[in-house]
Design a binder for this molecule. Sequence first.
Ligand code: FAD
Length: 563
Amino acid sequence: LATDRIVVIGGVACGPKAAARARRLSPETEISIVDRGPYISFAGCGLPYYVGGTVKQLEELWTTKFAIPRDSKYFKDVKNIDVRTLTEAISINRDEKTVKLRNLANGEESDLEYGQLVLATGASPASPPIVGLGLERVFHLHSPSEAAAIRELIEADEIDHAVVIGAGSIGIESVESFFAHAVDVTVIERMEQIMPGLLDPDMATCLTWEMRKNDIEILTSEKVIRLESTEDGKVSKVITDKREIETDMVLLAAGVRPNVALAKDAGLEIGETGAIAVNECMQTSDKSIFAGGDCVECNHRLTGNKIYAPLGSTANKHGRIIGSNLAGESEQFPGVLGTSILKSLGINIAKTGLTAAECARDNIDYIETLTPSEDCAHYYPGGKRFLIKLIADRSSQKLLGAQLLGPGDVSKRIDVIASMMTFGATLKDISDLDLSYSPPFSTAVDALAQAANHTRNRIKGTAQAVTGEYLKEKTETSEDFVILDVRQPEEFKKSRIENDRVLNIALTELRAAVKDTFQDKEIIIICKTGLRSYEACRTLRESGLLNVKYLEGGLIMWEYLKA
Ligand SMILES: Cc1cc2nc3c(=O)[nH]c(=O)nc-3n(C[C@H](O)[C@H](O)[C@H](O)COP(=O)(O)OP(=O)(O)OC[C@H]3O[C@@H](n4cnc5c(N)ncnc54)[C@H](O)[C@@H]3O)c2cc1C
C-alpha cells in the first residue's frame, strides 16, 4: 500500500464511530474524517427536541456528557483523528486509491490517498415533486442549522400555524415540537394512514385519534401539489389535491434517500433498495471500501430480505463493526428487525419486526391480536395504558412483529419483544418469560404475557374475537344480533355503544342470567378492554351458547374508530 491511511467520508454517526473504534484498535494508523457540513458528531435524533424546547441549547447536541464540544479539536486532541469540516468528497479513484476533496470555504481541490475508505455519507431528505419548495420558511429537519432556524422563527412569534408534509417518524415527532410552542399543526400524508411504514392501519387509526384529540389536523390520502407565497417570498399557502391551507411555515418530512452518488460514480454496487450494497462485514463490492449507516441497505433478520431502514441505532452499530474490521478483525453485522420508537403528544409509539400488512404481502399465515394493557398494577397510582398488537406465525407460533402505542411505558416491552424475536421466540416463550414484577413497574402477569396468552387463545380457538371495524359494519346492517356489554352498570351509564341491540348484564351477574336471557341469536360481547368480555364469552359457551364472540380491544378500540 502507498498508505495505510483510513479515510472516512461523513462525520455524523457511523463515520466518527468507525474512526474512533479503529483508532482504539490501531493506535498508529493515520485516520481522517471529512464532512461537507460545519458540524460533526451531532445527535440528529435530538433535533425535534431542540425545536420543541426540551433541549435548551443547540450545542448540547454535539457536546459530551462533560460539556466538551465534539469538534475537530476534540477529535484531534482526544482521539488523534484529523477532521476536516466544510470539505466535500467529490470523487473516488479506486485504481489510485485517492479521494478528491473540495474545500467548500475556498473552493480548493486536493487528493487524499487512502488504504481503506469508509463511506458514511448518510441520507438526505426526500423532496417530492411539489412546486414552491424553494420558498422561504419551507424547511427540512435534518441539520442543526435547520432546527435553529425553525426555533428562531417560532420564538420570534412568527409562526401560528405549520403544515407538516409527511406523517412518518420525523413528521409525527415534529408535531409535538410545534405543539409545545402552541403552534397549530396540519399534517398531510399522501397514503391512506399516518406512519405507513411503521404501523398497520388499525394502530395508525388509534394514533390519529390521539392526535386529533389534541386538535392536530390530520389529512390522509391527500397530496400536496403546490406551495404559494406572499409577495415577500414567504410560504403562505399549501395547495393539495383537495383544498388550500393558509400557513406560516412548512416542514417537509417526506422520508430520506440514501446518499449514494459517490459510491455509484465510483462503480460500487448499489442494492435493490437503492442504497449501497454491503456484505456482513460492511464491505462494499470493493473490499477496501466499507460503508455503513443511512447510506447502506440491511438484511431483515426474519425474512432475509434487503431493506432500507435508516436509523441512528443501526448507524452506530455499523460504525463499530467497520472500525473493528478496519483494524483487521472480521466482525459481522447480522441485520435488523426494524425496531424503532418515538413519542408525540405524550403517546409512545414502538414497532419491531413485520407488520401484518408485510406478512400479508409475503403470504405468511399469520395471526394479529390487540391487547389493551396497563404499565403497572391497576391499584397503584400513576399507571398508564397502552395497546399491544402482536403478530405471530399461526402454525409455528413464532413471533413475527409487534406494535405498541399509548401513554404507558412501551419501551421496555418493545425491547423485550425485539430481543426475543432475535432468538426465534414463540408466543409460549413470551408467556413463560421470567420478567420482573412489582406493582409500580408492571402487572403480576406482565402486559406482554397477557398479549401472548391472548394470542395463543385466539389460535387455539378458545377466544373468538371480532374487530371494531367488523362490529361497526354489522351495526350498520339490519341483522338481528345482540351486543352484550358486560361492564358494571355505573360504567355503562357513563359511556356505551349507542345501538338498540345493546344489552347490559355485568359479568358478575351473567352466570345467573344466562339461561333465561338468550336464545339462538349471535352475541358479540363487549367490555372496556376485551378481558371481561373474553371471560363472559367462555361463560356463555360453557352453557351451550356457541354463536358468541367478543370485541377485541373492547371499547378502547371502539372509541379509536371515531378518529
Ligand atoms: C429529526 C431526526 C430525528 C431522528 N430520530 C431518530 C431516532 O429517534 N432514533 C434513531 O435511531 N434515528 C433517528 N434519526 C436518524 C438518525 O439521525 C440517522 O439514522 C443517523 O444520523 C445516520 O447516521 P449516518 O452517519 O449514517 O448519516 P448522517 O447522519 O446522514 O451523516 C452523514 C454525513 O455525511 C456527510 N456527507 C455526505 N456526503 C458527503 C460527501 N460527499 N463529502 C463529505 N461529506 C458528506 C453529510 O453532510 C452528513 O453530515 C433521526 C433523524 C432525524 C433527521
